[in-house]
Design a protein around this ligand. Structure first.
Ligand code: BGC
Length: 368
């Protein structure tokens, strides 16, 4: 059946009306169906959760939908809500509904790989979005230079600690999920900056722990234990804004916020507000619109049965050794001075960031 549909679609005989009906079949309450281009197949997209970062529930679905809508290509966007079984169920549904392209942000490489292999067997093109699925064999990978993200975090923390003029400050590290290849790359980036500082005695290496599934609540518990057993912590390398905010909440309880620089990532509204309040040292802005545009450009070509021409390089899968055609974008460091850039780029609105409590800080930071 699916083959038949694609054959028709390929010669342009399929009416837009019947494509729309086909989309209605597979849409669900939690998903969003979009677009209709008579010469293109449908694209299925699975996002990981809505708790580990603002982006998955807000930014990525918004920008992805806009890109597919603009191209008139039908895309079904679903979120697995952090549930690996749910992730597989959604994938099975998309595969049997006849998607031509499947794009995933895995919850871990093992379950991601199972889904990618099923899709491949069904002749579906695959894209790893943001997170590389180790040994997953996806056809394409779109992300940021994640080692560069970590390097910006490490450098940001060094700068903030230098400003504080502490002697041999103890630095704690709150890493991302041990099953997310990005977390490994972020750590590679920031440890590349921090390890030499520990080695030459500028900084003192403190507790260092992974946060399973990037769970923000668990990060709070972990950091509370870190601080209890090591009251001398003077800096926190937190791998994203959610983990950073968990640490800041604990620091606040101990009246230490503002004295202990904390890093982040994703330029979330909360992270930017923590920066404006002086509780967070920096965040990393990744222009999700660019990432969504690059991924949808590849997906749209594949959905039309064309060979994409927009991959700009390859990424070596460290497990399988395969070179995966990729697009890797550049991240940007954000401190109080350039919070305004994130607003100017249209990623967050002034209204969302500059609420009453932050109005004064916004004016001081030149956000008008
Ligand atoms: C993403 C980050 C995000 C984290 C938690 C990572 O794979 O690259 O942007 O903060 O997952 O969702």
């Amino acid at each position: 059946m699916r083959k038949g549909l694609f054959a028709l679609a390929a010669v342009g005989l399929l009416a837009t009306g019947s494509m729309a009906a086909c989309g209605d079949d597979s849409g669900t309450d939690s998903g969003s169906d979009t677009g209709s281009n008579s010469s293109a197949g449908k694209v299925g997209i699975i996002l990981p959760d809505t708790k580990s970062s603002q982006r998955w529930g807000t930014d990525d679905p918004k920008f992805l939908k806009a890109a597919f809508d603009a191209a008139g290509v039908q895309a079904e966007i679903q979120n697995a809500q952090g549930d690996k079984t749910q992730f597989q169920t959604i994938a099975d549904g998309m595969i049997s509904s006849g998607v031509k392209v499947l794009m995933i942000v895995n919850l871990d490489s093992g379950t991601g790989k199972a889904v990618l292999e099923k899709a491949k067997k069904a002749g579906i093109a695959t894209i790893d979005y943001d997170r590389l699925t180790l040994s997953g064999g996806a056809d394409y990978y779109v992300s940021f230079d994640n080692v560069a993200v970590g390097k910006l975090q490490g450098e940001g923390l060094v700068k903030c600690l230098e400003e504080k003029k502490y002697t041999k400050p103890v630095v704690a590290e709150l890493n991302g999920s041990p099953t997310d290849n990005n977390a490994t790359l972020f750590a590679q980036g920031y440890d590349g900056v921090l390890d030499p500082k520990y080695a030459d005695g500028t900084f003192t290496k403190g507790p260092n722990q992974d946060v399973p599934d990037w769970d923000n609540a668990q990060a709070g518990t972990i950091f509370e234990q870190m601080l209890t057993s090591n009251k001398q912590i003077k800096g926190v390398l937190a791998a994203n804004d959610g983990l950073g905010n968990a640490a800041i909440s604990v620091l606040k309880k101990n009246k230490l916020n503002g004295q202990v620089p904390v890093t982040g990532q994703d330029a979330t509204v909360q992270g930017l507000q923590n920066i404006l309040a002086g509780d967070q040292c920096m965040t990393v802005y990744k222009a999700i619109k660019k990432e969504a545009d690059a991924a949808s450009e590849l997906a749209i070509a594949l959905a039309k049965g064309e060979k994409p021409t927009t991959a700009t390089g390859t990424t070596k899968d460290p497990e399988s050794g395969t070179d995966v055609p990729s697009v890797l974008l550049e991240p940007q460091s954000i401190t109080k001075e350039n919070v305004k850039d994130v607003i100017a780029d249209g990623f967050v609105t002034k209204d969302a960031v500059c609420t009453a409590d932050f109005a004064k800080a916004c004016t001081e930071a030149g956000i008008s």
